[in-house]
Design a protein around this ligand. Sequence first.
Ligand code: NAP
Length: 346
Amino acid sequence: MEPLLIYGAYGYTGERIARTAVDRGHTPVLAGRNPERLHSLAADIGVRSRTFALDDDIERHMAGIETVLNCAGPFESTADPLVEACLNQGVDYLDITGELPVFERLARRDDEAAAAGTTLLPGVGFDVVPTDCLAAHLTDRLEEPTHLSLAISATGSLSGGTLKTLLAGLGSGGAVREDGHLRAIPTGSKSRVVDFGAGNQTVLSVPLGDLTTAYHATGVPNITTYIAVPDGVGHAIRLGRPIERLLSTAPAKRLLMGLADRFVEGPTEAERAENGTIIWGEAWSETTGETVASTLRTPDPYDVTVEAALAAVEAIDDVSEGFQTPATAFGPAFAVELPGITRTDR
Ligand SMILES: NC(=O)c1ccc[n+]([C@@H]2O[C@H](COP(=O)([O-])OP(=O)(O)OC[C@H]3O[C@@H](n4cnc5c(N)ncnc54)[C@H](OP(=O)(O)O)[C@@H]3O)[C@@H](O)[C@H]2O)c1
C-alpha cells in the first residue's frame, strides 16, 4: 500500500488512523494545513509530513504518492480538490465520508477515473462499509430485488468533525432513491418500526450515503435509509422542521460550527468501548413477493472506521479502476472480516 498520504492526519479520526497505520508497520506521509499540529504528530510517531491547504497547488505535493486517504471533513469542501489532484496524477483516492452529495459527485467521475487509471473509493469508514456490504449481501440472497431498506441504531457520542459534518448538511432536506433516481423528501418523513434483533425501534428516513453507494453496488432502484430514534423524537423532529430551516442559515451554521470546534473533543477510549451499533437491512422483490432481512452488530463507529479504512488502503492495489464502493471493491464479506462485526440472517 505504500506510499500512502493521509490528509487531515491530525484530526480526531485521522490521528487514530495514522497511529494505527504506524503500529501495523506502515510508513504513511501525514498531511494537513496546520503546520504545528502536523509536525508535532509526525514527530511523535516518527513519519514524514507535507503541509498544504486545499487551495494550494496540491499536485506538487503528490510526488511519489500512490494512494491518498482523505480524513479531513466535512468532505463537501475537501473531497473535490484532492480528487482532482489524484485524477491528474494517477493516484488512488479513498476517504471516510458519509456525505451523500460527495458520493453522487464522485460516482459521476467513474469514466474519468477509469481513463486516468485511478480508483475512487469514498466511504471506507463506518459510513458506508457495513451498510454497503449488508446491502450487497441481502441482494445476493434474493432473486430480482427491487426494494432495499437500511437502518442504523447507534449509541454514543460524536467528534467535533462529525458534528460539523452533520451541521453542514442541515437544511439540505432528505432524500430516497425511487426508480433509480434520487427524490427529495423532508428528513424524517418516512418512518417504520424495525426489529433490530434486540427489540423493536422506530426509525426515521435520513439521506445516508447508501442512497448512492448501495444503488451502485446492487443496482436496486428503490432505496430508503433510516436511523433509529428514541420514542417521541420522531414527533419532535417533525414539529422542529421550522427550526431546522433556521439552523440551515449561514450565520446559525457558523455559530454552531464554532461551538463544535470549542467544546467537542470526541469520544474517549472508555466511551468507545461502551459504544456499538446494530445495522438492519431488508431487501424485497416486487416481482416474486419475497423478503429477506439481516442484521450486523458492530463495535464503536470510530473504531470500525479505523479498521475499515486501513483494511481498504491495504487492499487497494487489487481493486479495479473507476468509481467503487466498499462492496464493489472488496465484496459483501469485507465488513464481517473486520474485528468485532457479526452478521445474522433473519
Ligand atoms: N464515515 C464515518 O463513519 C466517519 C467516521 C469518523 C469521522 N468521519 C468524518 O470524518 C471527518 C473528520 O472527523 P474527525 O472526527 O476527525 O474531525 P476533526 O477532529 O474535527 O478533524 C477534522 C480534520 O479535517 C481537517 N479539515 C477540515 N476542513 C478542512 C479544509 N477545508 N481543508 C483542510 N483540512 C480541513 C481539520 O484540519 P483543521 O484543524 O486545520 O481545520 C482536521 O484535521 C468528519 O467529516 C466526520 O464526519 C466519518
